[in-house]
Design a protein around this ligand. Structure first.
Ligand SMILES: C[S@@+](CC[C@H](N)C(=O)[O-])C[C@H]1O[C@@H](n2cnc3c(N)ncnc32)[C@H](O)[C@@H]1O
Length: 262
């Protein structure tokens, strides 16, 4: 959103904090900031987390194209989730898919009779989800929201994310993971795949300023008091931005067993 740090004479870190709702700009900056954003000072002060809400997804341009950027094939992690949850006796299962993109996994869950809440920031992404769900006759509850600061209302059998939680700034992660856990019913699971930092893997060519790598062990740490069903790291090939590259990823499937290990 900002290429104006220089004009404002502030650091990218300061801007990132405003965008994420962690701090507010100095009042002396408001006139220039309002001018740069094309909004009044009044709106800057009263808008509900204006800086965060007006963010666009780095994938908007790709999602605007007719073809599906991430394809229509669901992920291996989504398949594992469904397999694990088959052992769960609940007839109706509810899942929150955070950063669902164009909906490949959300539709897969819906086909498996899940009630699916698909949370996505990108408007073109949401249009793609609607289109795909219409084609397949699946019903998806779309939540057009920023995962940063989104207040989860429901209780879920599964809280899921596939390659999207790098958009959570590191200092805000614990509170978000705590929220995901608190909104998972006993016996339910959380499943996430995140990108991890490795000295031998170069940063992806399309990596954005507001994406932050995880460290090995972060996910296991957030779920230390749940039963960890699977937690693995691997290197995967990726062709996003049409440039072949690799990612180191860590995925976890953890179960709310209802007790405490501590
Ligand atoms: C790497 S893509 C993965 C998409 C999808 N999970 C999949 O596997 O096909 C990450 C997704 O997170 C979304 N995203 C980025 N920042 C977000 C935010 N703050 N809130 C909600 N979604 C966000 C992007 O628009 C994008 O669709």
């Amino acid at each position: 959103m900002f290429n104006n740090e220089l004009l404002l004479n502030v650091t990218p870190q300061a801007v990132s904090k405003w965008e994420n709702g962690n701090s507010l700009p100095d009042t002396a900056l408001l006139p220039l900031l309002g001018k740069l954003l094309g909004v009044s000072i009044d709106r800057l002060l009263t808008g509900n987390n204006l800086l965060a809400m007006e963010q666009v997804s780095p994938y908007d341009k790709e999602y605007e194209k007719e073809e599906y950027y991430w394809g229509l094939q669901h992920s291996v992690l989504a398949e594992q989730v469904v397999r694990i949850m088959q052992g769960d006796s609940r007839l109706e299962k509810r899942i929150l898919d955070i950063g669902s993109g164009e909906g490949r996994d959300a539709i897969f869950f819906a086909k498996g009779d899940y009630i699916v809440d698909a949370l996505e920031l990108s408007k073109p992404g949401i249009e793609k989800i609607k289109h795909y769900s219409h084609l397949t006759g699946c019903n998806i509850n779309i939540i057009h929201a920023n995962m940063i600061g989104y207040d989860i209302i429901e209780f879920y059998d599964v809280v899921y994310s596939m390659g999207s939680l790098q958009f959570l700034p590191p200092e805000q992660r614990r509170k978000h993971f705590d929220k995901y856990k608190q909104h998972t019913r006993t016996g339910g699971i959380n499943a996430h795949l995140v990108f991890v930092e490795k000295p031998f893997i170069e940063v992806a060519p399309d990596w954005q300023r507001n994406e932050y790598l995880y460290t090995s062990g972060d996910l296991a740490g957030y779920y230390h008091d749940w039963e960890i069903i699977q937690c693995e790291e691997k290197i995967v090939d990726c062709n996003s931005a049409s440039i072949p590259h690799q990612h180191a990823v860590n995925y976890i499937i953890a179960k709310n067993h209802g007790g405490s290990f501590s």
